[in-house]
Design a protein around this ligand. Structure first.
Ligand SMILES: *[C@@H]1O[C@H](CO)[C@@H](O)[C@H](O)[C@H]1NC(C)=O
Ligand SMILES: *[C@@H]1O[C@H](CO)[C@@H](O)[C@H](O)[C@H]1NC(C)=O
Ligand SMILES: *[C@@H]1O[C@H](CO)[C@@H](O)[C@H](O)[C@H]1NC(C)=O
Ligand SMILES: *[C@@H]1O[C@H](CO)[C@@H](O)[C@H](O)[C@H]1NC(C)=O
Ligand SMILES: *[C@@H]1O[C@H](CO)[C@@H](O)[C@H](O)[C@H]1NC(C)=O
Ligand SMILES: *[C@@H]1O[C@H](CO)[C@@H](O)[C@H](O)[C@H]1NC(C)=O
Length: 463
């Protein structure tokens, strides 16, 4: 793929100035007292600030006690950052559901609450189908400021010299929201290091960042299967979901039968989007309380679990090529470091929630002993697999290779918090120990083999 040129110096100055104005608007209008009570349950539609609330006070603050090296004798020598795109508009499909909810509420709802008055008199439907998942302005800031925080955290890796020396590689999925995110990330580095005259480039690589589209077994057995998400379908008719529908119907004074599970979800998403995109505590948030939000959050987690994580083995295995690519980079960094030459300092790879969840699952993170099902909502209250914590907008998984007095060590971070490797006691084990731990995957996990469909003659198979 050809490198793509980015940004002239002048445009950089203008966007940097603009961002100073925008940061005041977008981060000071909201404080904790105005946060919707359900803000921490939005799953993959949650804000990054909900997993790192200190950013609401200062978007550039880095918690050094969390992000420091494993010990003072260690020095970071290589960084790989796998990052989800920033805040985005709803997809066309969700805009349709939101429009349906809006029409129903405008036509039928009749309670005399302040929030219904606000919806009817002050709120206008502004989402349109052509917004279809595009990155919003807040999403650019997510990446711009993440870039600056990472440059502050790893100043010897994401450094001016390494940028000018072309020792940092930028790679992205082809989706516009990802390409726009990586450009915003680079603008952040421009702002931080003032690298005048540097033309940033990035590579598009969908076989690494959108591997799920190219894994035929995943597409056939999960994505296009009518039964793969049956737990989600069953949960829609559960007593828990029915309870949420009844409560929402009674708040709106609308017959319970008109409030479908899809409309419950539309209200939930609407509150999430108004917060994520506009930093507003919307009157729509009053349609659900925290107890309701826990149920809708579980529905979202069920979907991610069965479609992107432990539910089916192929979900995890579809990320084999990304897994191998990461360890190839770490291997190369460790070889060249041992030979005393540093050719590459960092790789920044922008993709999707659907990129991160399979990779995290392949590596054994956030695995619950019992699978998530339609029946065990109550039992799963304390589950590890909670996408609100794992994969908000701009979620990021960092692999940091350190040179320590006793050898190379690997340290992982998720969303700027240490992520201990599963079943390992040391927070940053020796790199060789990590390789031994994952030797099964390192010597197997062949994307082509895992993703190929069994060669049966489907004409002869009775269905
Ligand atoms: C938080 O928001 C409330 C309601 O808008 C406002 O009264 C209060 O002054 C704000 N607090 C801060 C610290 O900005
Ligand atoms: C919001 O809450 C977080 C953690 O609960 C706290 O760190 C932060 O200082 C609070 N911000 C404001 C503006 O009150
Ligand atoms: C930084 O992290 C430490 C350790 O978890 C925590 O105690 C402290 O409150 C954090 N500081 C901020 C500003 O969030
Ligand atoms: C960056 O691109 C501009 C315009 O294409 C070109 O004039 C300039 O020489 C390039 N700078 C570097 C450092 O390659
Ligand atoms: C994407 O990355 C993989 C692994 O590094 C590489 O084999 C492949 O050639 C790349 N594809 C493109 C289109 O650059
Ligand atoms: C961790 O240990 C448990 C129990 O010994 C095992 O079932 C699980 O597969 C291990 N996880 C990983 C990622 O090795």
């Amino acid at each position: 793929m050809k490198p793509i040129n980015l940004l002239s110096r002048n445009r950089h100055v203008i966007t940097a100035a603009l961002s100073i104005i925008m940061v005041r608007v977008s981060y000071c209008t909201l404080n904790n007292s105005t946060l919707p009570a359900i803000a921490t349950y939005f799953g993959t539609k949650g804000r990054y600030e909900e997993v790192n609330p200190h950013l609401l006070d200062n978007i550039l603050s880095v918690n050094n006690s969390l992000m420091g090296p494993p010990s003072s004798d260690c020095k970071a020598v290589h960084l790989i950052a796998v990052i989800r795109h920033g805040t985005r508009y709803p997809t066309a499909k969700n805009v349709k559901k939101i429009a349906h909810l809006y029409d129903l509420v405008m036509a039928e709802a009749s309670s005399s609450t302040w929030w219904l008055k606000d919806i009817k008199s002050k709120w206008a439907m502004w989402y349109t189908e052509d917004m279809d998942g595009k990155l919003v302005t807040k999403g650019k800031f997510d990446h711009r400021y993440l870039a600056i925080r990472l440059a502050k955290t790893f100043p010897t890796l994401i450094s001016r010299d390494n940028l000018l020396g072309n020792r940092i590689e930028f790679m992205t999925s082809s989706k516009h929201r990802c390409v726009d995110s990586i450009k915003a990330f680079q603008e952040g580095l421009h702002q931080h290091w003032d690298v005048q005259g540097l033309n940033f480039t990035h590579y598009v690589n969908d076989s690494l960042m959108r591997f799920f589209d190219q894994c035929r077994k995943f597409v056939e057995d999960v994505e296009n299967s009518k039964t793969a998400l049956k737990e989600v379908e069953i949960f829609k008719t559960s007593v828990e979901m029915d309870g949420v529908r009844r409560k929402m119907a009674s708040r709106l004074q609308i017959p319970h039968t008109l409030i479908t599970p899809d409309l419950v979800e539309a209200a939930f998403f609407l509150c999430a989007y108004e917060l994520a995109i506009k930093s507003e505590n919307s009157p729509w948030c009053s349609l659900l309380d925290e107890e309701d939000a826990e149920v809708v959050e579980y529905k979202s987690d069920l979907k991610q679990y069965w479609k992107r994580a432990y539910g089916y083995d192929i979900n995890r295995k579809s990320s084999c090529s990304l897994f191998h690519d990461i360890f190839r980079r770490l291997d190369e960094a460790s070889y060249s470091y041992r030979r005393g030459e540093v050719t590459k300092a960092a790789a920044v790879q922008v993709g999707h929630g659907e990129t991160l969840l399979p990779l995290l699952s392949l590596m054994g993170f956030f695995r619950d002993e019992t699978p998530l099902t339609a029946e065990n909502f109550a039992e799963q209250r304390g589950r590890r697999f909670r996408t609100s914590r794992i994969a908000p907008y701009a979620a990021n998984l960092l692999f940091v290779l350190h040179e320590c007095s006793d050898g190379l060590r690997l340290q992982l971070f998720l969303n700027e918090k240490p992520l201990p490797l599963p079943n390992m006691s040391h927070p940053a084990p020796l790199y060789d120990t990590v390789r031994a731990h994952y030797s099964g995957l390192l010597h197997g996990c062949d994307f082509n083999k895992e993703c190929e469909l069994p060669k049966v003659n489907s004409m002869n198979t009775e269905l």
